[in-house]
Design a binder for this molecule. Sequence first.
Ligand code: ATP
Ligand code: MG
Length: 347
Amino acid sequence: MLIALLPGDGIGPEVIAQARRVLDVVVGDRLTYEEGLVGGAAYKAVGHPLPEATMEIARRADALLFGAVGDPDCDALERRLRPEQAILGLRAGLSLFANLRPAKLFPELADASALRPEVASAIDLVIVRETNGDVYFGEKGIRTNAAGRREGYDIMCYDEDEVSRIARVGFETARARRGKLCSVDKANVLETSQLWRDVVIEVSADYPDVQLSHMYVDNAAMQLVRNPGQFDVIVTGNLFGDILSDQASMCAGSIGMLPSATLDANNKGLYEPIHGSAPDIAGQGKANPLATILSAAMMLRYSLGLPAEADRIEAAVAKALAGGVRSPDLGGTHTTAQLGDAVLAAL
Ligand code: ATP
Ligand code: MG
């Protein structure tokens, strides 16, 4: 099986290197790798954040393991050349529409959560976020309005097929877990959300075994910190999912801990930590590689059909944390490589 390895910028290459060590031990030569340039690294080397050569590797690969993109040197570039366009281009170009973000607190990290330990310890949820539609991809621009003033606009738009395919991912994910799905929208004010809710209810007819509920996004934000234990799977649109999943990550400890998967209709996926390129700590050995190591485990589970190997990696991360290894984001002084060493030792 072929993996497209896309380290990217900042701490991306540092955390990818540790994930690669772990994969080599757990699955060895059952995987082959082709490395591609993305983000600022790609712009600096060949003048584009998502070169065609990288897209070509990505199309051929069975799964993609992605570090992070973002480079302060590129801030002044026009939008289409900025590093962040690489991840949007991969999602759109490969029809990766379902972003799965599990948020679970390792018991060893109860003190790292932004919530009280007894509230935080109940978090065990997955946010299923749609990533091919919504305001990110609707018509957008800045125009002069009738009053002669500048006006920015981003059209929020969802097609019923886009909603039903993400709803199905939500129901399937819930079915494989505790059987509870909460659909998050703003149906009291938005037409897109009204359609969203109608379609989710239609799809629910195929999943009588899943308990469906609906929640407005503002209430969901409140409930996530008040009582996150009430959620099993949350399905929501691109914008609401972006915001709620960053919020959920801090409830579950550090930004350096949470993995994600973005899948297409055939479970081909792109796997990446939820954090960015962290230029402030790049090159210093301070990055926590566990989110990327856990993303590699998700890759084995969802795209490569190796769930036992995924379990082994997750258990090794828990064991490493139980042994006391802590990077600076977790309040310790261990280096990126020392965290990798601890996971390998646990394996
Ligand atoms: P992006 O737009 O790519 O999501 P961002 O602006 O949200 O990026 P991040 O790169 O995620 O920002 O960094 C936010 C903060 O979290 C920074 O202070 C960074 O050092 C810290 N951080 C991010 N990832 C890690 C990690 N793996 N280990 C330790 N600290 C991290
Ligand atoms: Mg961010």
